[in-house]
Write a protein that binds this ligand. Structure first.
Ligand code: SF4
Length: 341
């Protein structure tokens, strides 16, 4: 096993994601001796990636972009937890505490966008982990990626729970005017109990809605994804209504929603979390999630309720808005092709 010099020592070789996965496989996260621990107690491991644009199938877009792997927001329902397990890391604590930072991401992206064959198709940014999780304040990979997309005249939509996105209102506004972009702020619920339980590392939902207000005031096309609505936690009519009312008051230009689905990897983590923290809810959730999707009748009921409330509060529906984040609600399984790093 090769040894690597300390991180942040510019000019030295950084491991690839595969090499990091091998090290974790043999020695656990403790084997990442050169990963930097920061104030949030997470480890940040810089890696080199070979590609930035990731092709996907079965979605309303063909390309995704994710500068980080793992997310300190640590949402218990996060469908991206399974991607950590694909690389020998666990989808429980390590998903939220061992973050891989693609150090050369922007350079690789710029060269991909510069290829004559690049057709400037829509790119979904932040589909696997949050591009505005706190470490973005340090690396600015997302901001620089937006600048690269502007140079490459490529339209995109960005999904986040991070109010830090307002920092980049200037580049987003310029890009929107020249090429087109949309910000999808994820606010599944404004209910404080559900937020505290389900999304332990995220900003308060009202702070996220303030960010939506700032973005729309700056002329940026920004709306909200209530994604996911989690049965038993945020699915009651009163919680959904409070959330939609708050979204409308924040000036969101549209709203989309989906009901939680549980992929392998995420499923184990989520049900363990429920068993530990909310044992009384476990039998019902296990019944509801006999498969990875809640029954269609249940999902239709929730969507119908959301539709009625959207109309009541004058919010525009966003066709396919929910699929930019999770691919949920689709009958055809989205296929991740060559999850490229
Ligand atoms: S913010 Fe998004 S990517 Fe991060 S843990 Fe939550 S759902 Fe997953």
């Amino acid at each position: 096993m090769p040894s690597y010099p300390l991180l942040f020592d510019l000019g030295t070789r950084r491991p690839t994601t595969r090499e990091v996965a091998d090290r974790v496989k043999h020695g656990g996260a403790e084997a990442l001796t050169d990963a930097q621990r920061r104030a949030d107690a997470a480890r940040y491991q810089e890696v080199v990636c070979r590609s930035a644009l990731n092709p996907v199938k079965g979605m309303p877009f063909k390309w995704t972009l994710n500068p980080y792997r793992g997310c300190t927001h640590g949402c218990h329902y996060c469908f991206a937890r399974r991607y950590h397990s694909q690389f020998e890391m666990n989808s429980d604590d390590e998903f939220a505490s061992v973050i891989l930072v693609k150090k050369n991401f922007v350079d690789v992206l710029a060269s991909e966008l510069d290829r004559p064959a690049w057709a400037r198709e829509f790119v979904a940014f932040g589909t696997a982990t949050d591009p505005y999780q706190p470490i973005e304040g340090h690396y600015k990979l997302s901001r620089r990626a937006i600048e690269a997309l502007s140079t490459g005249r490529t339209p995109f939509g960005i999904v986040t729970k991070g109010p830090m996105v307002v920092r980049d209102a200037d580049v987003l506004r310029d890009h929107m005017k020249a090429v087109g972009c949309t910000v999808y702020m994820s606010v599944p619920t404004v209910d404080e109990d559900a937020w505290r339980s389900l999304e332990p590392g995220t900003a308060h939902p009202l702070q996220r809605l303030r960010a939506v207000r700032e973005l729309t005031d700056a002329g940026i096309n920004a709306g909200v994804l209530m994604a996911p609505i989690v049965p038993g936690f945020s699915s009651s009519r009163s919680k959904v209504e409070r959330t939609i009312k708050a979204i409308a008051e924040a000036g969101a230009r549209f709203v989309g929603c989906n009901v939680m689905h549980l992929e392998a990897g995420t499923r184990d983590h989520f049900l363990k979390f429920v068993a530990l923290e909310f044992p009384a809810m476990l039998p019902r959730l296990e019944r509801l999630y006999a498969t990875k999707y809640a029954p269609e009748s249940y999902r239709k009921e929730v969507k119908a309720m959301v539709g009625v409330l959207q109309s009541r509060y004058g919010l525009q529906k966003r066709e396919h808005a929910e699929t930019i984040q999770t691919g949920a609600e689709r009958v055809v399984e989205p296929e991740q092709v060559g999850f490229a790093w």
